[in-house]
Design a protein around this ligand. Structure first.
Ligand code: B12
Ligand code: SF4
Length: 500
C-alpha cells in the first residue's frame, strides 16, 4: 500500500514559486511503517493515474479554487480502487460536497497534523469513518514539514509556518473563522530548524506561510491597557516577545537568506517591529491594502487600514525600513467607481510598492461576504451550465465568471477590463525596470524583472475566461520563464555539517 498526497491544479507550470506546505506536513505525519509517501503537486505536472494502485490511500488537499480538479481526481482514483480522503480549507467548509462530487471515502475537517495517521490506520484496517474532526491543534503539535520529500529542482521558495490564526475579522477572508482568531505561534527552535534544513537543500528564499505575521498590534496592547485587563495584556506581551525572539534568531542566520511574509498594515506604526524585520532579513511582505478609499475599507470591514495620502505614507514606511511590499488590492467593491481603478494604480506607484496584485472581489465560502451574498441572491442566483454562481467553484474553469456580485454602477465586463488595465499598467516593462532599482546588482534587477513578469502571468487571472488561446499563451509564457527564474533564487546547498 502506498500513501499518495496530491495537490490538484488545472494548470501546470513545470516549476512552482512556493512549496505547497501541506503536502510536506502531511508527508511528515504519515507513519514510517507505510513507507515513503508519494507527493504530487499538479502545479508542476499533472498526476499520472496509472501510478495509483487499488488499495492505495490518496490524500487530496483542496482550497476553493482547485476543488473541482480535486473532485475529478478523486472520482477517477476511487474508480481505480484507491481509498480517497479529502482535507484542506474547502473540504473543511463543505465536507458533504467532497462525498457527493469527489468520490470521497472520508473527509478531514481542520488541521491534519494529528488526525492523518489515525485516518491511514483506519483505511488500512477497513474501519474508515465518513468524517474526521482534525480541529485546531495547539502550536506545539504542529508537525514540521519533511523537506526530504521535495522533488529536486522544482521550487523557487520554501515555506515555513510560524503562526496560524488571525485576530482580525475581514469580511472577504475565512481564515479567522477556520484557523480561529487566537494566534497559535510555533516554538522558535522548530521554525529555525526547518529553515536550516531548507537552506541545506539550496533554498535561500523562504516564505513564512502565516495568516498574519503581526498578530499583536500596538493598538491591541493600548486597548488592553485602557481596559485595565492585566491578563490579556500579559498574554499579548508574551506573544509579541516571542515574535521578537523569532526575528532575533532569524537575524543570526547567514545574510544570504531572504524571507517573505503576510502582514497587516498596522505594522507600519510599529517601527521597532519593522526594524526587527529588517534585521531578520524579512525583505518582503504581502500587505492587504484592499481599497484606497474609506468607503472601500468600510465595505470589507477593514477600518484599521488607512486611505488616501496617509495610506501612501504608511506603505512607504515599510520601504523606509527595508521591507518591500507586495500590495494586494480588491476591485469590484460596491463603492468602487470607474475612477477607482486609476486612483488605485496611482497609489500603488506613489507608495513605491515592489509588487502588486489586483484581484476581483470573489465571495469565498466561509466569509461574511459570501454569506450575505448567498442570502441575498438565494434561489434566484444566475446559473452557468445549470450550476448556480453561488457554487462558482463547481463551474468548469473556462466558463467560470470573473465577477459574481452585481455591482451598483458597473457591468462585470467593465470591472474585468478595468482590472486588466491596472495589471497591464503596473507590470509594463518600463515600469518594472524602474522599480527594479530597489535591488542592488544587475543580476538581481534581472531577477526582479523576470519575477515580476512571472507573477503577472501566473496571478493576473482576469482574462476573458472563454478565450482559451489567451489562457494557454499565458501558461506557455509562464512555463518558459519559470525555469530560468528559479535558477536566480537557489544557492549552493549548505553541507550538512554547517550550522547557523
Ligand atoms: C501561504 C499562502 C499562500 C501563498 C503560498 C501558496 C502555496 N504555494 O503554498 C500565496 C501567497 C502564493 C497564496 C496564494 C493564493 N492564496 Co493563499 N494562503 C496562504 C496561507 C496564508 C497559508 C497556507 C499554508 O501553507 N498553510 C500551512 C499548511 C500546513 O496549512 P494548510 O494548507 O491549511 O493545511 C492543513 C489543513 O488544511 C489540513 N489539510 C490540508 N490539505 C489536506 C489534505 C488532506 C488529505 C488532509 C487529511 C488534511 C489536509 O492539514 C494541514 C496541516 O494541518 C493560507 C491561509 C490558511 N490559513 O490556509 C491562504 C489561503 C489558502 N489562500 C487563499 C487564497 C484565496 C489564495 C489566492 C487565490 C489569492 C489570490 N487572490 O490570488 C492565491 C491562490 C494560489 C493558488 N492557486 O493556490 C485562501 C483560500 C480560501 C479558500 N476558501 O479557498 C486562504 C485560506 C487565505 C484566505 N484569505 O482566505 N497563498
Ligand atoms: S485578510 Fe488577513 S488580516 Fe484579515 S482576517 Fe484574513 S488573515 Fe486576518
Amino acid at each position: 500500500m502506498t500513501v499518495h498526497l496530491v495537490n490538484p491544479s488545472h494548470l501546470a507550470f513545470g516549476v512552482g514559486v512556493i512549496t505547497p506546505r501541506w503536502l510536506f506536513v502531511l508527508g511528515a505525519a504519515t507513519p514510517a511503517e507505510y513507507g515513503r509517501p508519494r507527493i504530487v503537486d499538479e502545479t508542476l505536472e499533472q498526476l499520472d493515474l496509472e501510478t495509483v494502485q487499488a488499495g492505495d490511500v490518496v490524500g487530496i488537499g483542496i482550497h476553493t479554487g482547485n476543488a473541482l480538479r480535486g473532485y475529478e481526481l478523486g472520482v477517477a482514483l476511487r474508480a481505480r480502487g484507491a481509498t480517497v480522503v479529502y482535507g484542506g480549507i474547502h473540504a473543511t467548509l463543505y465536507p458533504d460536497e467532497a462525498h457527493e462530487l469527489g468520490g470521497a471515502h472520508a473527509v478531514v475537517r481542520g488541521d491534519g497534523d494529528v488526525v492523518w495517521p489515525v485516518v491511514i490506520e483506519h483505511a488500512v484496517r477497513g474501519t474508515l469513518q465518513r468524517l474526521y474532526e482534525g480541529g485546531r491543534v495547539d502550536a506545539d503539535q504542529f508537525v514540521p514539514a519533511r523537506w526530504d520529500l521535495l522533488p529536486p529542482g522544482r521550487y523557487m521558495w520554501g515555506s515555513v509556518q510560524t503562526v496560524r490564526g488571525c485576530p482580525k475579522h475581514c469580511s472577504f477572508c475565512s481564515v479567522w473563522r477556520t484557523d480561529g482568531q487566537k494566534p497559535r505561534q510555533r516554538a522558535v527552535d522548530k521554525v529555525v530548524a526547518e529553515i536550516i534544513e531548507l537552506r541545506r537543500q539550496g533554498f535561500r528564499f523562504v516564505a513564512l506561510a502565516d495568516d498574519n505575521f503581526y498578530p499583536v498590534a500596538l493598538a491591541d496592547l493600548a486597548m488592553a491597557e485602557r481596559q485595565g485587563n492585566a491578563a490579556r495584556l500579559e498574554q499579548l506581551r508574551s506573544l509579541r516577545a516571542e515574535r521578537f525572539e523569532l526575528m532575533a534568531r532569524l537575524a543570526e542566520l547567514p545574510r544570504d537568506m531572504v524571507f517573505f511574509t503576510q502582514i497587516t498594515m498596522e505594522a507600519a506604526e510599529d517601527e521597532a517591529f519593522l526594524d526587527a524585520m529588517r534585521r531578520a532579513n524579512i525583505k518582503g511582505a504581502l500587505v492587504g491594502v484592499e481599497a484606497v478609499t474609506p468607503e472601500g475599507l468600510k465595505d470589507v470591514y477593514k477600518g484599521f487600514n488607512y486611505a488616501g495620502e496617509a495610506l501612501v505614507q504608511r506603505l512607504r514606511t515599510f520601504r523606509q525600513h527595508g521591507v518591500y511590499v507586495l500590495g494586494s488590492f480588491i476591485f469590484g467593491l460596491p463603492s468602487d467607481r470607474a475612477s477607482t481603478f486609476a486612483a488605485t494604480a496611482d497609489v500603488a506607484e506613489r507608495a513605491e510598492l515592489a509588487f502588486a496584485q489586483f484581484v476581483m472581489l470573489t465571495p469565498y465560502p466561509g466569509t461574511v461576504d459570501f454569506e450575505a451574498w448567498e442570502k441575498k441572491v438565494g434561489a434566484g442566483a444566475d446559473r452557468v451550465g445549470g450550476i448556480p454562481v453561488t457554487r462558482h467553484w463547481l463551474i468548469p474553469q473556462a466558463q467560470r465568471p470573473k465577477v459574481y456580485a452585481p455591482h451598483p454602477v458597473m457591468t462585470p465586463d467593465e470591472i474585468r477590463a478595468r482590472t486588466q488595465g491596472v495589471w497591464d499598467r503596473f507590470y509594463s516593462l518600463p515600469r518594472i525596470w524602474a522599480r527594479s532599482r530597489c535591488t542592488p546588482t544587475l543580476r538581481s534587477r534581472l531577477a526582479f524583472v523576470l519575477l515580476s513578469k512571472l507573477y503577472r502571468q501566473m496571478y493576473a487571472n482576469t482574462g476573458i475566461a472563454t478565450d482559451s488561446a489567451r489562457v494557454s499563451r499565458a501558461n506557455r509564457w509562464a512555463r518558459i520563464i519559470a525555469r530560468p527564474c528559479r535558477r536566480l533564487f537557489v544557492a549552493r546547498p549548505w553541507p550538512a555539517s554547517e550550522s547557523a
